[in-house]
Design a protein around this ligand. Structure first.
Ligand code: ADP
Length: 162
């Protein structure tokens, strides 16, 4: 069975993440979306909230499961019995950090490969950070995130319902 781990903060999950997940399901028998604790990033949503938002967004993908992890990614990937890490690449700006991360993970565990997936072109400008910024300023994020994520952002920033 081919199993891949898609790790990230998912603070919150966006249509760009979902595009990557959907592409990954075509290549792997199972895809585990692994929500990182990432306390150093001071997320807007708690880990439980982030996990639940991802779970709801992928409920129609039968081969996708949602989990959480703490500590070293490579250790988590081993514990899952997986060999592949999926990351998304939007633009050149992502490249340097992702390249460093992938090579460091390879140093830590040579058995694990990182695969990069490019989203649909319309999602290349999309990031959780930008979605939060738009929502915070009262902008419409409905074409960037699933409806339940938009509602959760409204709750955090007290936006008007549409
Ligand atoms: P992290 O904090 O680990 O970067 P993110 O949730 O921001 O977590 O992103 C997880 C992964 O998804 C990263 O590889 C990131 O580059 C990728 N990603 C985020 N947004 C998009 C998008 N719009 N299109 C493609 N990949 C994306």
């Amino acid at each position: 069975m081919r199993k891949a781990i898609y790790p990230g903060s998912f603070d919150p999950v966006t249509n760009g993440h979902l595009d990557v997940i959907q592409r990954a399901t075509k290549l792997f028998d199972r895809v585990v979306v692994a929500v990182a604790a990432n306390d150093s990033k001071q997320p807007l949503f708690s880990r439980e909230e982030r996990k639940q938002m991802v779970a709801r967004a992928v409920r129609n993908f039968p081969t996708v499961e949602v989990d959480e992890f703490d500590g070293l990614l490579v250790d988590y990937v081993e514990r899952q019995g997986a060999q592949t890490v999926i990351r998304g690449l939007r633009a050149v700006s992502d490249f340097e950090f992702e390249f460093q991360l992938a090579l460091m993970n390879r140093k830590l565990n040579e058995r694990i490969e990182t695969i990069f997936m490019m989203p649909k072109d319309t999602y290349t400008f999309l990031s959780s950070r930008i979605v939060k910024e738009i929502a915070r300023l009262g902008g419409d994020v409905s074409s960037f995130v699933p409806a339940h994520v938009r509602a959760a952002l409204s709750g955090k920033y007290k936006l008007e319902p549409t």
